[in-house]
Ligand binder design. Structure first.
Ligand SMILES: [Zn+2]
Length: 462
């Protein structure tokens, strides 16, 4: 059966995915309910692991020192193809499923605002279908599913990459649920997340202000300094900040401790390091001005994503063969209510696959799939799973995470990824071309992890 036709492969993968659909839809829904934050996805990780172990996958846990990361492997020998999955939720995004009004399910609790309940589950299902087909076909090759924690700012894949877990891959595929269906042909930004702490001295703000040293003043001056820095950065660079601890609510106290989170983005790892150093000098200046102490520590980082054209083109062709998700009138009516598209209900969900862009574009966002793309050729697709115009990281997206349209997007993504994985295994010329392109893109440079070697993942305290 080694020389299987395209139609036979498509039919085989369709069957392998469809006959498991109910189980994996339940898994995605369970992960939506668990809604666990990055590095703390213990129930989500366990649920995926159990399903994959039952499918005959060999499981390796704790990759890169991350308790919720695991690797599930089936098949044998080369090539080795990785399918990347995620399952982390976002803080404070709890929302009632299926409701077209903003209403928290559990106020203040996390919610799946980026569809990662679908992302990881769809990739796991792709791995299962691809491995089963591979064994039926009797050809050599290994399929791996990577359960990757903390995509949302945590850089889970960068920690895993630093540990070398992607080093022996021949290629990797991923997907992301979205509002459109298309191949991912954009480069993304390098990313660094920094923890900044200012420490001063508390004092009565009226009686003994001269004894106080304000950490809040330091934080404000640092933010002002960085806002002035913006004029003198390169185009496409980004700085964002948030108060993690604003020091307290009493205005008659000189605030003694403040914690900020900073994110710095640029086109390359070198540029992001240079900009981060400038931000650190501003923090130092703010501390000098206010006679306070400061701590500046990198928490996580991500490399720019480099799409592999050869692999992306091949994956796009499989997407066209499989087709966009098949939404029905009920899906369209439900989706329309979320985004006020009732007047053009038949367009509320995207049912077309966008033509493949002939050039690589730029996106100013970041993803830790970037770290995998530096190590091995990677291709990804976006698959329509939510109403058109739905914002990522919004209650509307959380709410749509368990709808039939979301499930349809996930099943379609699983089929495309499974077929792409088999095609990569069957076609040594294609893999060689992809590798050649990868070598040219990186000009022989080896992986330079954006997270310093001594930085440990910020695991939840037990
Ligand atoms: Zn995401």
């Amino acid at each position: 059966m080694a020389n299987i036709t395209t139609d036979e492969l498509l039919a085989g993968i369709r069957t392998a995915v469809e006959e498991r659909a109910d189980l994996y839809i339940r898994l995605a829904d369970d992960i939506w309910e668990f809604a666990e934050l990055g590095f703390a996805e213990s129930r989500s990780s366990r649920a995926q692991m159990d399903v994959l172990a039952a499918e005959g996958f060999k499981i390796t846990t704790g990759i890169g020192g991350l308790p919720t990361a695991f690797l599930a492997e089936r098949g044998s020998g080369k090539p080795v193809i990785g399918l990347l999955g995620e399952f982390d939720a976002l803080a404070g995004m709890s929302q009632v499923a299926g409701s077209d009004k903003e209403e928290a399910l559990q106020p203040g609790q996390p919610g799946h605002g980026c569809g990662h309940n679908l992302l990881g589950t769809g990739s796991a299902l792709a791995a299962v279908a691809a491995a089963e087909m591979l064994l039926q076909m009797g050809i050599a090759g290994t399929i791996r599913y990577y359960a990757c924690p903390a995509e949302e700012g945590g850089g889970g894949k960068a920690f895993m990459a630093r540990a070398g877990t992607f080093d022996d891959l021949d290629a990797a595929f991923s997907w992301h649920p979205g509002t459109k269906s298309s191949a991912h042909m954009n480069r993304t930004s390098a990313f660094t997340q920094i923890r900044v702490v200012f420490r001063g001295r508390a004092s009565h703000a009226a009686l003994t202000p001269h004894l106080g040293r304000s950490a809040l003043d330091a934080a404000e001056l640092m933010n002002i300094g960085c806002n002035y820095l913006r004029e003198h950065m390169q185009d496409g660079e980004r700085i964002h900040y948030a108060y993690r601890d604003a020091g307290g609510t009493a205005a008659n106290v000189v605030q003694a401790r403040i914690e900020l989170a900073y994110i710095v983005r640029s086109q390359t790892i070198e540029a992001v390091r240079a900009l981060t150093a400038r931000v650190e000098r501003i923090a130092s200046g703010a501390a000098i001005m206010t006679d306070t102490e400061f701590e500046f520590s990198i928490e996580s980082g991500m490399s720019p994503y480099q799409p592999n054209r050869v692999l992306t083109q091949m994956m796009h062709e499989q997407f066209v063969a499989v087709g966009a998700p098949d939404f029905d009138d009920s899906d369209l009516a439900t989706a329309a209510a979320f985004v006020g598209l009732e007047h053009e209900q038949n367009r509320s969900l995207d049912s077309e696959i966008a033509p493949l862009s002939d050039r690589i574009g730029n996106s100013l966002g970041s993803t830790d799939v970037g770290d995998v793309s530096v190590i091995t050729p990677v291709a990804q697709i976006w698959v329509a799973s939510f109403a058109r115009n739905t914002a990522f990281h919004s209650w509307q997206l959380v709410s749509q995470g368990k709808l039939p349209a979301a499930h349809k997007g996930m099943l379609q993504a699983a089929k495309v990824m499974a077929i792409a994985a088999i095609r990569a295994i069957q076609d040594p010329d294609l893999l060689e071309q992809a590798r050649k392109e990868h070598r040219l893109s990186f000009a022989g440079a080896t992986y330079d992890c954006p997270i310093p070697a001594d930085v440990l993942p910020p695991l939840p305290k037990r």
